[in-house]
Design a protein around this ligand. Sequence first.
Ligand code: NAD
Length: 488
Amino acid sequence: MPRNDLDPKDYTKLFLNGQYVAATNKETYSLKNPKDNTIAVENVPIAGPEDVEAAVKYAEEAFHGPWSRFTAMQRTECFLRLASLLDEELLPILTLDSKTSGIPVSLAPIREKNYIKNCVLYYAGWTDKQKGDYFPADDGFVKLVRHEPLGVCAAINPFNSAVPCFFLKAMPALATGNVMILKPSEKTPLGSLAVAPLFIKAGFPPGVIQVITGAGSTGALLAEHMRIRKLSFTGSVATGKNIQVAAARSNLKRVTLELGGKSPAVIFEDANIENALTWTINGILTRSGQLCVAASRIYVQKSIADQFIVEYTKRMKAAVNDYGDPQDPAVKLGPMVDEAQLERVKQMVDRGRSEAELVVGGDQHGDTGCYMQPTLFLNPKDDAEIYRNEIFGPVSIIKTFETEEEVLKLANDTEFGLVSGVFTRDITRALRMSSGLETGVVGINCVSIQNLQTPFGGKKQSGTGREFGEYALRMYTEPKTVLINMAA
Ligand code: NAD
């Protein structure tokens, strides 16, 4: 039986070649629980060059060795065993992770668990479908095209989505025959360390999945490594650019970048207002706004703006009542991940006070832990920092508009392009808007949403490449052409 209360101090080693091992590098750090800033875990290792080298060596051995001999069906069997293990083991792991992430465990039983387990089940069905191509010998050559795995892949993950991100990178990589070294964020390493042994229990050979911990310096070792062939990164735009540069400077490893957002939700006068309110409020408050797809820019048509703003304001004010201990299953909203993130959000909000009208919140909530009040600004200046940049906190901005052309320009006037939402009952307008909005995902009468079967990723500086669905598999394979000379 899995333990219900996993102890953070049991997760202070790297997971290499199928077991927990002490890092060679002796530097460590500690993390606090953001609900009250008490120490949650000490001695989290910072993997150094020798640790990364060991991980790559084990990964190569697994890739060329036992893992390469697994049939597709054997891989699927591992995926399915993993999925059933998650039934019992995942909730304690998400609770453990919450102790440094502050993500409410109330999200775990349905939202997080479904997302993660379905990801495993979904990719379980793809292991035998890398079918390739055949072209006849009309010119004397039979042509075959194979989709081959890339080899040793690495994933570098953000703090806000440690365990879900682990699976959505690992499963397509493994379904296509690759092996993966994952580095969770230095702020939220526990869940990823706890998940790793489940892969061994499920029958994946040692070295197929490994976890190393550490901050940017450890991530940089992965990005620069000459024998890592693919790096899938989720995080901020600034780090994404550094990784792209490091990949180019080293071995031109393939890079997928899932970066930040400043996602618009556009609400037309004919929308179902209650539906629009529910989605936009959830879209900024889930995980206290620490969500890449957060609905942080809201555009409301002038004719319904007063009504919408009154109701939105009421709900943002009432949301403080949902704050509480993220490890209490009855609590909906938790803190920022740490003091640094709280401080960052507070400072942006303070600068915003002179650039927009502050109507809700604006300060820290309470005096214990890292809670930020739900915050709403109206009518920002065009160049206001809070309007232009990702805040990554429970802070939204509402602006009004009159025409469809006007709002399309406003919504697209940004370097971000992750997701957007359109709220209207006019299907023709909805489809027109879905073509015009420059984002990787457009929701119609919904926002801040992803779907496992369909590609997810950003346009513009929100990223390159796609995750989820069949599209993710293309990010972990490369075609190889075989030409057979029929005249020989
Ligand atoms: P971050 O960029 O600060 O850190 C992300 C990861 O990169 C961490 O593991 C960190 O240790 C590592 N890192 C830092 N510097 C590095 C370097 N020079 N080389 C290699 N690795 C390095 O991001 P964060 O604050 O953890 O996460 C928040 C950001 O992530 C937000 O911008 C959010 O929008 C974005 N995000 C995007 C998605 C998406 O799917 N598009 C999903 C979740 C989060």
